[in-house]
Design a protein around this ligand. Sequence first.
Ligand code: NAD
Ligand code: MG
Length: 394
Amino acid sequence: MNGVTLLGSTGSIGASSLDVIARHPDRYQIVALTANSDVDTMLAQCRQWQPQFAVMSDADSAQQLREQLGSTDTEVLAGVPGLQQVAALPQTDTVIAGIVGAAGLLPTLAAAHAGKRVLLANKEALVMSGHLFMQTARDNEAEILPVDSEHNAIFQCLPVTGATQAQHFPGVEKILLTASGGPFRTLSAAEMNDVTPEQAVAHPNWSMGRKISVDSATMMNKGLEVIEARWLFDIAVEQIEVVVHPQSVIHSMVSYNDGSVLAQLGNPDMRTPIASALAWPDRINSGVEPLDIFEVATLDFEKPDWQRFPCLQLCFDAVKRGGSASIVLNAANEIAVEQFLQHNIGFTDIARVIEKTLEQAEINDAVDHIDDILAADRDARNIATTITTNLSRL
Ligand code: NAD
Ligand code: MG
């Protein structure tokens, strides 16, 4: 039996993970579930899965869950220490990192430190702490298996060398990172000024949480994924090319020096990469319908439009700049997306907030320690918050 800690069980990745795990009761057992403050969903999940631990990040929510669960074998923990504890339990073999945003960093790092198999959905953790995270994984023989669909596709198309990446892959010339282009792929720059949060979260191909849906609409998501790929596969950013592919059938490709281009295809459903990473190197049923290649019929490819999607360039610039630039970029984006979702700033303001935060924040070259990373994140959030407040007053 493989013991699983599911970080972010009440979210979109959480739901897809539980769907896959429910198909394989003989292989996987839920040890711990975690969420931020959604007590109702967590209560239902605890009743169904009877985990040893349930963690609510929010202390009041933890207390509510305790009261509502009543007498049970599930121990309810609270806060970041609770998340870190369940990420490192001896009875846990696999940690699914499905928390959204910087909040996922410490628990995901705890899983790497404890030498677990880490199914990484929380790309922000890697964007913030790429070097430290991969080094921690190597030092503790943790297996980092990507769940982000593009990175999972790349992983499947790379030569088989083991699950802890960041090693040399012979013959690889380029990674072709595919992007759907999001819901505003064909809008003009002027039209993008007026789009609403409701339009931004309505992704044409994928059903996801609100933050990543907005990131897909700005193409920030693709930029964050470039940074994710750079660390995960230890590849130069110059070797990563973004390809807009509106059908989201090819999930990414790897181009080799002999002219071969390997691609992974499938229906856009996160249960495929989750099942692939859970069982790797085995294969298990994920519940995803087989791809009907005749129904797909056509695959289109376009170059990204750097003018209409400035977040993409900001990400390439940040990863090339190095140091704390990616941390600042990520923090500013989280603040800007939240303010956009609350109707306080416009859609095109998101890129402006990130750009201005990067201009105003001090970029530190040495961010080798977790405290430096958290400090850079905190400072950037303060700067971005001031910038968004001033923007919304205009
Ligand atoms: P979501 O918003 O649906 O769920 C987020 C989960 O994180 C919830 O369980 C929530 O309770 C928890 N959470 C939120 N804030 C927290 C906090 N402060 N402390 C502790 N827990 C907190 O998000 P999602 O779409 O499932 O995305 C999760 C992660 O996976 C993101 O990093 C995203 O980029 C990545 N990802 C998602 C998809 C997808 O299809 N949804 C695809 C690729 C990558
Ligand atoms: Mg992705």
